[in-house]
Design a protein around this ligand. Structure first.
Ligand SMILES: N[C@@H](CCC(=O)N[C@@H](CS)C(=O)NCC(=O)O)C(=O)O
Length: 210
């Protein structure tokens, strides 16, 4: 998910790039990768020799370096809203998906932890639902922004965790709308890719949840 938001942004901005596959069953601990990211995580970009770690920092860089098409509004309140949506996605929503994913892949996750995760996700979904209106098909203002990319790549993946969006009609419509974008379709993980990733995911989740 962290890498996908960068991948979608590169496609939306039509920035040519060379993808390098880092297999998270050990490539992240190899010396050549750690020389680029000592924190052993993806995504990382290198643009004309300039290295950027952390997906949200990468999105800021891409927006500033490749401003067209704009994915960040100019208005101060709209900028704050885009950041707010993205930070809620990364700091509240995404961590709450970990216990749910852990439980799905067969890890023992304590019931209170699962309930807390459930509650957090519900809160964020309702917050996003309230940002969407009949006249606003996107989370912030009239156009597609980084808010839709960061929140959308997480929310549209919820059905994979067995979570339907039926209770959130505007979010459901927004999610359907995003899923029609080419950048979404190209980057949607295929079931066989997800199945192949489960052993690694389980290992990484076990470290983070226990
Ligand atoms: N805050 C970082 C998080 C990056 C992150 O956790 N990436 C995961 C993959 S989605 C990773 O590389 N995990 C490897 C590991 O935990 O060993 C960002 O937004 O870029």
């Amino acid at each position: 998910m962290n890498a996908r938001r960068v991948w979608v942004t590169l496609l939306e901005k039509e920035i040519p790039f060379e993808p390098i596959l880092v297999k998270l069953d050990g490539d992240q601990f190899e010396a050549d990768f750690m020389a680029i990211n000592p924190f052993q995580r993806v995504p990382v970009i290198i643009d004309e020799g300039f290295r950027v770690l952390e997906s949200l920092a990468i999105l800021d860089y891409l927006e500033a370096q490749y401003p067209s098409p704009a994915l960040m509004p100019r208005d101060s309140q709209a900028i704050a809203l885009v950041r707010m949506v993205a930070m809620l996605a990364v700091n509240e929503f995404q961590p709450a998906t970990l216990p749910l994913t852990g439980s799905l892949v067969g890890l023992e996750v304590a019931t209170p932890k699962l309930e807390q995760a459930h509650q957090r996700i519900t809160m964020v979904l309702q917050f996003y639902e309230d940002l969407l209106t009949e006249h606003h098909p996107y989370l912030v203002g009239p156009s597609f922004t980084l808010a839709d990319i960061v929140a959308g790549t997480l929310v549209t993946a919820l059905p994979m965790l067995g979570w339907a969006l039926d209770a959130y009609p505007r979010l459901q419509a927004w999610s359907d709308h995003l899923s029609q974008r080419k950048s979404w379709q190209v980057t949607t993980p295929q079931p066989q890719v997800i199945a192949a990733a489960i052993p690694n995911m389980t290992k990484i989740l076990a470290q983070r949840l226990v």
